[in-house]
Design a protein around this ligand. Structure first.
Ligand SMILES: *Cc1c(COP(=O)(O)O)cnc(C)c1O
Length: 425
């Protein structure tokens, strides 16, 4: 039976949700309507409490409603919600970003990850005066027209829109390649190199579940971009401040030309950012000819949440503790699955993880994820939800652990998983 909340929402909101994956489309059943959250726990409108492994899809690295973040947000909100004029808070957050991610020399604030990637692409095209961009199948870079393209198979696909409403013209300059396939990328550059403005990549993927780059993959991206004068964009909207303080680029020591940020940078408020090399950033209006703007960009409340979040993740040992928590979870899940003969593998780094119902040890690209056991995932998701464990309602999404998750929280989750896997056969 459909909940009253969902029924009421569906009457006035398409599909009852404001972002599609919230609708539980791939797992079935009704979405849970949240009323409040604190630390690692979320409470639904009908009073159920869940341990949360979604964390608003990434931003809540400190846990929900962190008292110091809330306090700063409230304090700043009292002084006015938006001015449409410069504030010192914007400079403070920009300084903090440039300090933590050294490849970023200058940064522009926007209101979402979608805006950040869309603007970074426009900037790369304006800077290079070239039309083509390269993305990888299964990587998500927000919902702007040119980026809603993915390959049907591993083969190179020239601009087939992945959504109705995207005209072929808008997607026709997007080339799609296979994640972790350096040879294919080199071949693409051999053919189109002079016309390629940028390569955009999730350096660690999170939108086809969590896949780590194979040895040398990111280095190859750097090399081919240098050889052909293309801009390398790391989309770290998810991985920024998540897998490590300096993001995936700090882990793999590969320096992109531009980086896009979102999620944690706004601490739960709608904030995105894109930044990088000073000479490229100088191409943006009002300094340069690439237009980009936003009425609410850099708004004080978002800045306050971002500043306080970035301050709190810099306490010594923060990422070590977070990694230990994540590892405790993924190792526990693997152990529980093995005990009952359920094929399962995991990936994890920092506060991010992936769970795959698969025999494969090494999940390296979209096709590997698509080949996972969808029935196992659906059964796992539904049964874990019934046990008070809120995992992402899609097998293509990464999971997140926060600093508020205790060993006790993780152990309860593993206990629940044992019970679930015991009934799998
Ligand atoms: C979430 C995400 C986006 C889009 O951000 P929104 O704030 O949802 O627009 C872009 N790129 C990556 C890698 C993301 O994870």
């Amino acid at each position: 039976m459909t909940s009253e909340y969902f029924q009421r929402a569906r009457a006035v909101i398409p599909g009852g949700v404001n972002s599609p994956v919230r609708a539980f489309g791939s797992v079935g059943g009704d979405p849970v309507f949240f009323a409040s959250a604190q630390g690692a726990k979320v409470t639904s409108e009908d009073g159920r409490v869940f341990t949360d492994y979604v964390g608003s899809w990434g931003p809540m690295i400190l846990g929900h409603a962190h008292p110091q973040v809330i306090e700063k947000v409230v304090e700043v909100a009292r002084r006015g919600l938006s001015f449409g004029a410069p504030t010192v808070l914007e400079t403070v957050l920009a300084e903090e970003i440039c300090k933590l991610v050294p490849s970023i020399e200058q940064v522009r604030m926007v209101n979402s990850g979608t805006e950040a990637t869309m603007s970074a692409i426009r900037l790369a095209r304006g800077y290079t005066q070239r039309p083509l961009i390269v993305k990888f199948a299964g990587c998500y870079h927000g919902h702007s027209d040119a980026l809603l393209v993915k390959a049907g198979s591993g083969a190179l696909t020239l601009g087939i829109p992945g959504s109705a409403g995207v005209p072929p013209g808008a997607a026709g300059d997007t080339l799609t390649a296979t994640y972790n396939d350096a040879e294919e990328l080199a071949a693409i550059f051999a053919t189109y190199g002079e016309r390629i403005a940028a390569v955009i990549v999730e350096p660690i993927t999170g939108n086809m579940n969590m896949i780590l780059p194979q040895r040398g993959f990111l280095e190859t991206l750097r090399d081919v971009c240098d050889q052909h004068g293309a801009v390398l964009i790391f989309d770290e909207v998810m991985t920024g401040f998540r897998v490590a303080l300096g993001g995936a680029q700090a882990v793999y020591q590969v320096k992109p030309d531009l980086t896009t940020l979102g999620k944690i940078v706004g601490g739960g408020m709608p904030v995105g950012a894109f930044g990088g090399r000073r000479d490229i950033m100088a191409t943006i209006a009002p300094q340069g000819p690439v237009y980009q703007a936003g009425t609410l960009s850099g708004n004080p409340v978002g800045m306050a949440a971002g500043i306080e979040t970035l301050r709190l993740i810099q306490v010594p040992g923060f990422y070590d503790a977070l990694s230990r928590t994540t590892l405790r979870l993924t190792e526990g899940l693997e152990r529980s699955a093995a005990k009952y003969g359920v094929p399962l593998s995991t990936n994890q780094l920092g506060g991010m993880f992936g769970v795959f119902f698969s025999d494969l040890d090494d999940i390296s690209c979209y096709d590997d994820v698509a080949a996972c056991n969808a029935d196992h995932f659906k059964a796992f998701f539904a049964a874990m939800l019934a046990h008070g464990q809120y995992f992402a309602p899609s097998s293509y999404e990464a999971g997140f652990v926060s600093a508020a998750h205790t060993e006790g929280d993780i152990d309860s989750t593993i206990d629940a998983a044992q019970k679930v896997f015991a009934k799998f056969t």
